[in-house]
Design a protein around this ligand. Sequence first.
Ligand SMILES: [Zn+2]
Length: 340
Amino acid sequence: MRGVVLYAPGDVRVEEVADPRITAPTDAIIRLSASCVCGSDLWPFRGVDSVEQPMPMGHEYVGIVEEVGSEVKNVKPGQFVVGSFVASDGTCEICRSGYPSSCVHRVFMNEVGTQSERALIPYADGTLVATPGMPDAELIPSLLAASDVLGTGWFGAVAAQAGPGKTVAVVGDGAVGLLAVLAAKQLGAERVIAMSRHERRQKLAREFGATDIVTERGDDGVAQVKELTGGMGAHSVVEAVGTQESMQQAIRAARAGGHVGFVGVTHDVALSGEELFFAQVSLLGGPAPVRRFLPELIELIWDRKIDPGKVFDLTLPLEQAAEAYRAMDERRAVKALLRV
Ligand SMILES: [Zn+2]
């Protein structure tokens, strides 16, 4: 089958890779309908994360089940499924407590690679959720978004305790940040402040429910959020970048007693204990437990109540994956969908 492999920073190739094979009775194989490039795929593409050997790429996926192992009961061949970017058994204590992305048996799907024609899904029963039927083509981008960026933005908003009466600020205008805006709106937030300097992304943030836009960054951005909130800061802040600056911006933009949900994969972030002590905010973050939210997100998409697929502003065939990476790296695209 065809699959995307990263050989070195900037060197993305689409080539023949081994077909997946079921080895555990809990495995499933899916034929992908679509995959996509994630902001986190750009870390190794840019050489920020090292590339020691050729790496299969991709961890977001939707598709049709082709084959299941002998113990798989919840999904069957022919069904259309959405799964999380982390495979999980769904049965351990951590899964049952709502944190399947830290499952004792977790498998990060980027180790498998889903920018390919087929993919092996470990722990299929705990990982995959079947849609009510075969989706219309127009729903596929939104269902694909649920696999990671929507689920991650949603977790950021939940972790920040976005809800009725709350002012939510979102740091980061990539796909996750934009979908955190959507999530905050859906969860009933009164006011949603999107922090973005890019006109196209600001427009999308408004479509997703942002009530205010702050273009300043760093401490100037914090000052703007404070000005919009009577000097106090936001009740809830979602951090969706993962850098020192964005993390500090998020913590400083939250009011005392507020909550920060941090879902950008952190790179070289070091926080001052003293600042944290006096900030008096709650922090919750990490790889989003997307599987927890999938049934609800699929229903919202199926009923056409949300349209997270709008974050895809570039669609290319799998064979042109290298161009998809370049477009996202150069910020010409928010998010690129790969047609399989
Ligand atoms: Zn588990």
